[in-house]
Design a protein around this ligand. Structure first.
Ligand code: UDX
Ligand code: UDX
Length: 434
């Protein structure tokens, strides 16, 4: 099938590459000329494991194309996916201006006598599909035939390719049988369970799913606080409750809180959506509050140990919002670095993939960048682990102890094993365990 994706970011580009991989002919559109030029010259603008190989392979097979022209993209495509950003506004509600703009751009190039399915892949508030359809009808002067479908994306950064190639489920929300049949054909090669719903339910599933996952994280983080107060071990508690199939162990890792370009904005959006609908989802406000507390408590532990942070040489391992990505957007690790700098600490950071983007966007101004974990830790009076990269686990603890001024470790992601670290002669503090 010929498919078009508008917006070639984390979601659009990976989706496009995976659709091409299963045999579709895909054209990815992006209004950022530099990004399209980069893709056309064989460079990949984001780091995502497996993506580069997938793109090169499918470009060579002539199944994956890039353009800045919406008209070229929509021309001949049976389905047009919208994957542009839906950023938060200051009150937490969703900025839908990119979606609206793309709907107008699509509308003016739809031709009479051709049928198109317009698919919303971006995370949007419930009832956005109705608005997109209304906008296209208003701006299309040819009376072109189309349907709007919601097809939310559940990929996680860092494992986006396997998440897309082997999804737990595919959600297709639509109010037209013709559109749903076409979407089922798009997804047939993935051989995954397909859940067909009405459009509003599909839109709601995305916000409800992400909010539930964030709730799970805040739940275990609140339990971690109780573990700290009572001398219990949150890892053991998580294993104990997570081995109940009804609960599950995933997303029960305590830490300095969730971040990234999805959870913080999606939870805030769901709160705003529920407020708007007159049914305030107050539980989610508590989820946000616990998340913010985690970082504050962690900083409190560092302050308690170092007394004054001013002029203290602190190493921070990790800048990305999670491992296996170069994404530093809304990263708690970045916030921690900024907090330390604001208190006058002399911070040196290392991240395997996130330093370029952090420097480009000036996210941690005042921090120095190191070329390796050990270089960052050189002469440090404390080391903070803010992202759980496997690379950090591999660092030899004897070497680490040797290079540090004072071997104080604050592990915000429970990456290391307390006994092993202490046996190596380092002082270790983590989350929710003694
Ligand atoms: C996506 C979703 O679309 C968002 O709703 C979801 O909540 C998170 O994932 P993401 O892929 O992470 O966003 O965004 P980004 O990596 O910023 O990519 C968006 C792309 O769209 C960019 O390359 C940008 O240049 C492009 N874009 C933006 C357009 O092509 N046209 C526009 O009008 C606006
Ligand atoms: C999330 C959803 O998982 C995905 O389905 C959705 O489509 C997009 O948003 P992503 O933001 O890429 O994916 O990463 P995710 O793995 O969900 O992690 C989000 C944040 O939660 C990270 O900051 C991570 O460190 C944190 N987290 C995750 C925890 O603190 N504990 C956990 O147990 C799991």
């Amino acid at each position: 099938m010929k498919l078009c994706i508008i917006g070639s970011g984390y979601v659009g580009l990976v989706s496009g590459a995976c659709f091409a991989e299963v045999g579709h002919n895909v054209i990815c559109v992006d209004n950022n000329q530099a990004k399209v030029d980069m893709l056309l010259s064989g460079k990949i603008p984001i780091y995502e494991p497996g993506l580069e190989e997938l793109i090169h392979k499918n470009v060579a097979a002539k199944r994956l194309h890039f353009t800045t022209s919406t008209e070229d993209g929509v021309d001949g495509s049976e389905a047009v996916f919208i994957a542009v950003p839906t950023p938060p506004q200051s009150d937490g509600s969703v900025d839908l201006s990119y979606i609206e703009k793309v709907a107008r751009e699509i509308a003016v190039v739809l031709k009479a006598g051709e049928y198109r399915v317009i698919v919303d892949k971006s995370t949007v508030p419930v009832r956005t599909g109705e608005k997109v359809a209304e906008t296209i009808r208003r701006y299309n002067k040819t009376g072109a035939e189309f349907d709007v479908v919601s097809n939310p994306e559940f990929l996680r950064e860092g494992c986006a390719v396997p998440d897309l190639m082997k999804p737990d489920r595919i959600v297709i929300g639509g109010n037209s049988e013709k559109a749903i049949a076409l979407m089922q054909k798009v997804y047939e090669p993935f051989m995954a369970p397909v859940l067909v719903t009405d459009i509003n339910s599909a839109e709601l599933i995305k916000h409800a799913a992400n909010s539930f996952l964030a709730l799970k994280i805040s739940y275990i983080n609140a339990v971690a606080q109780i573990c700290e107060a009572s001398g219990a071990d949150v890892e053991k508690v998580a294993d104990g409750i997570g081995s109940d199939k009804r609960i599950g162990r995933n997303f029960l890792n305590a830490g300095i809180g969730y971040g990234g370009s999805c959870f913080p904005k999606d939870i805030a959006a769901f709160i705003a959506i529920s407020d708007d609908l007159g049914v305030p989802f107050t539980l989610l406000k508590e989820v946000e509050k616990i998340n913010a507390t985690q970082r504050e408590r962690f900083l409190g532990k560092i302050r308690a140990a170092l007394w004054v942070l001013q002029e203290k040489k602190i190493a921070v391992w990790g800048l990305t919002f999670k491992p296996d990505t170069d994404d530093v957007r809304s990263s708690v690790a970045v916030d921690v670095v900024r907090d330390l700098i604001a208190e006058g600490a002399d911070v040196t950071v290392f991240d395997p993939k996130g330093m370029e983007k952090a420097a480009e966007h000036k996210l941690v101004e005042g921090a120095k960048y190191a070329a390796s974990p050990l270089e960052a830790a050189q002469d440090a009076e404390a080391l903070v682990i803010a992202t759980e990269w496997r690379d950090f686990e591999a660092v030899d603890l004897e070497d680490l102890k040797k290079v540090m001024h004072t071997p104080l470790i604050f592990d915000g992601r429970n990456l290391l094993d307390p006994e092993t670290v202490r046996a190596a002669g380092l002082t270790y503090t983590s989350i929710g365990r003694a």
